[in-house]
Ligand binder design. Structure first.
Ligand SMILES: Nc1nc2c(c(=O)[nH]1)N[C@H]1C(S)=C(S)[C@@H](COP(=O)(O)OP(=O)(O)OC[C@H]3O[C@@H](n4cnc5c(N)ncnc54)[C@H](O)[C@@H]3O)O[C@H]1N2
Ligand code: MOO
Length: 407
């Protein structure tokens, strides 16, 4: 029985998945999902320190002629104290004297002939002091289990002297296609045959999404061949196949999985394209059968497969998020079915892809996002606000846009 889109996301997001972890150096952890909470073992700044090269003073002495009694460099363990007539020369990052209540930048002072200094600008109490813990407080939660490690999380880890962290093991994904008409891109092709573009697509995308991916060959259109491939892949967390799931005479995937210890999770989603999408489980391996139509299979992977992959990589962010943008033209839809529409978002407008028949291969190479329209909607006018799901973008642009002026 086919289910609706909300049920599909609900079912996938509540799957109970056992994840394994490994311990790796932080240098190798970018794009991995951390499997532990990280608390600060020390405050940052670690001690009150100077934000400027200049002089540490007691604020109420700001109008006096001050004698330089010492110099403190960053890294010094200097315990000198100030009195009302003195200042201490200090460098950026150096620990300030414990009774200093302001730092005066060097350029705001004048050095007198007798070697003393006079302050020539206004001084606010506590100016240019970086206080202990104002950045990070000891014992504060810095990184949460399930967060993705990126350069900024590496900053946090390195700043705490953490060398290794626990991350979830990358999920093992196996990809194969069925369909006798399909040949791999490095194979000789006959006029009646086409290249298998889905398998390399799914392999690349699953890799981009943080999985360890294996290609295990191409099944012949026979129940036995598909069954064999699946049986050989049951050490994987997820098998992704495409094709062979609808009702054609040569669609054998369903028969093959039914011969194994197959537990159906859902069989079809009320969505266009991609209705014949099947999710099930054989032992501990999930099996996602995507439609053979290339655009349909990629869009379904983006909308539903990614929720499953986010779960398998151990992320605590599993639901699709969106960006609001305006539609650049009117959109007329068939009422009664949820529709995925690929297109391009330029930062302001979403342009619907003109080529969006489910069997096309060219669409996503010139799209960067998609919108999903509810079954009740028949028409969206130009400039309607739509919720845009990014597919893959770094969000740079060919044109140099003005990002300074705001309204
Ligand atoms: N009578 C019906 N026919 C179809 C229905 C239906 O409900 N009733 N559904 C249609 C829809 S929707 C889709 S989607 C497709 C799904 O079919 P399959 O998933 O079984 O896929 P195939 O029949 O094997 O192939 C469909 C199409 O995609 C091309 N294809 C398949 N695999 C690849 C690949 N690896 N690389 C590139 N292209 C691939 C294949 O050549 C076909 O053109 O069924 C409709 N029919
Ligand atoms: O739903 Mo099929 O996936 O239209 O092409």
């Amino acid at each position: 029985m086919a289910i609706n889109i909300h049920e599909a996301i609900q079912i996938i997001s509540s799957l109970n998945i056992n994840l394994e972890f490994e311990i790796i150096p932080i240098e190798n952890a970018v794009n991995r999902i951390i499997s532990q909470d990280i608390y600060a073992n020390q405050s940052l700044p670690k001690f009150n320190n100077s934000a400027m090269d200049g002089y540490a003073i007691i604020h109420k002495s700001k109008d006096k002629e001050l004698k330089i009694i010492d110099t403190i460099f960053a890294g010094d363990d200097n315990n000198s104290l100030l009195d009302e007539n003195s200042c201490i020369k200090i460098m950026t990052g150096a620990r300030i004297p414990s009774n200093a209540t302001a730092i005066v930048p060097k350029e705001d002072t004048k050095e007198l002939d007798n070697g003393n200094i006079k302050i020539e600008k206004q001084v606010k109490e506590f100016q240019h002091i970086r206080f202990i813990g104002e950045d990070i407080k000891e014992n504060e939660l810095l990184i949460t289990k399930g967060d993705e490690i990126n350069f900024a999380k590496v900053t946090l880890l390195a700043s705490q002297g953490i060398t290794h962290i626990k991350v979830y093991k990358k999920p093992k994904i196996v990809v194969f296609s069925s369909g006798e008409e399909l040949k791999l891109h490095y194979e000789k092709i006959e006029p009646h045959q086409i290249y298998n573009s889905n398998t390399p697509t799914l392999i690349s995308r699953a890799k981009e999404l943080g999985c360890d991916v294996n290609f295990i060959g191409q099944a012949k259109d026979s129940v036995e061949s598909i069954k064999q491939l699946i049986q050989n892949s049951l050490d994987a967390n997820l098998i992704i196949t495409s094709g062979g799931v609808s009702v054609g005479d040569a669609d054998f995937t369903k028969d093959a999985i039914n011969k194994l210890n197959y537990e159906n999770i859902f069989d079809g989603i009320f969505i266009k394209p991609g209705k014949p999408t099947v999710l099930g489980k054989i032992d501990n391996t999930y099996i996602l059968n995507l439609p053979g139509n290339p655009l349909a299979s990629s869009l379904i992977l983006e909308l539903f497969g990614r929720v499953l992959i986010q779960k398998l990589i151990g992320s605590n962010e599993i639901y699709p998020n969106y960006i609001l943008g305006k539609l650049d033209e009117e959109l007329i839809l068939k009422k009664g079915r949820v529709t995925i529409i690929p297109g391009t978002f330029n930062g302001e407008y979403f342009s619907i892809s003109k080529k969006r028949s489910p069997g096309m291969v060219s669409t996503l190479s010139s799209s960067n996002s998609m919108i999903v329209i509810d079954e009740k909607v028949e028409k969206l006018t130009k400039d309607s606000l739509v919720k845009i799901l990014p597919i893959n973008w770094k969000f740079f642009n060919k044109e140099n846009k003005d990002f300074l002026t705001h309204e």
